[in-house]
Design a protein around this ligand. Structure first.
Ligand SMILES: *Cc1c(COP(=O)(O)O)cnc(C)c1O
Length: 383
């Protein structure tokens, strides 16, 4: 894609715009590749954390990642269809998902238990031996096999491997508290994973891909790296551990669609939660909670207008918000809702704070009405 051609606003729709800075993604990916001796799996689930799965995948692969990870098979198949020929792992599917489609497309599957193992084995054939990653629950009681079921799962997987029904290429776990490196839960998870690897080895398995760490553990704890690290949030500039400066990749803007002068005492929005204390100008921005502005940020959020932070006033509605502009501003002026922060605009991290949530929820929550545009080509040669 010649994304460099896409820069001028003139080519884009005039409404709300989400700009995705793939150069930032490239820089973040290179940082991770430099921080570890393990291979980097780029996690592009949830439409690439809201950045576009294929664009995120291509950019990460051009900058040091060597494989892709997603949640569901439905997320994996479009990556293959887009011509991405690297290993792709899908780790969370119902046992009756279209496993045969995954195997036919050479998508690796995580296996959290015996039922999945049998279903995956049935989905393959001599021409397409399924590649699987056994998934151990390393302490979240969420996905993955419980430790009590692990030795049996390893033995069954080894038998299936000897029968030519599957190939066990990986073993995975996941840490629940890696955003706080001091939490003892990390040591527990590491220990349980090490036990899981030994148990698999004792069963005769020799998987080359052994992976436990996601973004936070990769940045804070080399003992968790093993042979592959799975990086999602970090690619798009989110560091849950708060230890490393990464580059945010999203900028959300919208034009002011109207401006009105109001008198002191004017009440704004649903339930009249804000009253103008003095004469002012109010600007209308055509973005609301259906577009990803969290309603919980009502009364706290700010946006950047002409280089100044202005408060969002009244409740955030489904489709629109009102900004107290102070002085007069022309209709059509661009309002920056969030961005990397370089020009003083709020960041995704600030929006997350205003809404009492994490950055992940903001970036994955941008709605389908917002047009997307790429900034910079997904090439290694870019800064
Ligand atoms: C989302 C996810 C990741 C990526 O985690 P980040 O913290 O976003 O890097 C890794 N592994 C699994 C199993 C996941 O669900």
């Amino acid at each position: 894609m010649s994304a460099l051609d896409l820069a001028p606003e003139a080519h884009c729709a005039p409404g709300p715009l989400l700009t995705v800075d793939l150069a930032a993604v490239g820089a973040n990916t290179r940082l991770f590749a430099a921080r570890t001796g393990a291979a980097v799996m780029a996690v592009v689930k949830a439409d690439g954390f809201g950045h576009g799965a294929v664009d995120l995948a291509r950019t990460a692969l051009a900058n040091g990642a060597t494989s892709l990870g997603v949640t569901s098979i439905e997320e994996a198949l479009p990556l293959r269809a887009a011509g991405l020929c690297v290993p792709i792992l899908s780790w969370l599917n119902p046992v009756d998902a279209d496993l045969a489609a995954a195997v036919a497309a050479d998508v690796d599957l995580a296996v959290p238990g015996r039922d999945h193992l049998e279903a995956v084995a049935r989905a393959g054939g001599p021409a397409h031996i399924p590649h699987i990653h056994l998934h151990l629950d390393t302490g979240m009681a969420r996905d993955g096999a419980a430790p009590s079921a692990w030795p049996g799962l390893c033995r069954a997987a080894r038998r299936a491997e000897q029968q030519g029904l599957v190939r066990v290429v990986g073993i995975m776990g996941h840490l629940g508290c890696a955003d706080d490196p001091a939490d003892p839960c990390n040591a527990t998870g590491r220990t349980r994973f090490a036990w899981g690897l030994e148990t698999a080895r004792a069963a005769g398995l020799r998987p080359g891909q052994r992976h436990l760490a996601a973004t936070a553990a990769t940045l804070t704890d080399p003992r968790s790296h093993h042979t592959v690290v799975r990086i999602g949030a970090g690619l798009v500039g989110i560091d849950p551990s708060g230890t490393t400066r990464l580059r945010p990749a999203l900028t959300l803007t919208a034009p002011l669609v109207s401006v009105r002068r109001v008198r002191a005492g004017t009440t704004v929005g649903y339930s009249h939660t804000w009253t103008a204390p003095a004469t002012t100008h109010l600007g209308l921005v055509p973005l609301g909670y259906a577009d990803g502005l969290p309603r919980a940020a009502s009364g706290r959020a700010h946006v950047l207008v002409r280089g100044l932070r202005r408060p969002v006033v009244g409740r955030i509605s489904m489709d629109q918000v009102v900004v107290d502009l102070g002085g007069e501003v022309a209709v059509g002026e661009t309002v920056t809702v969030f961005g990397p922060g370089d020009a003083g605009e709020p960041t995704v991290a600030e929006w997350a704070g205003w809404a009492g949530t994490i950055e992940h929820e903001i970036v994955t929550g941008i709605g389908p009405r917002v047009h997307r545009r790429l900034r910079a080509a997904p090439l290694r040669s870019l800064p």
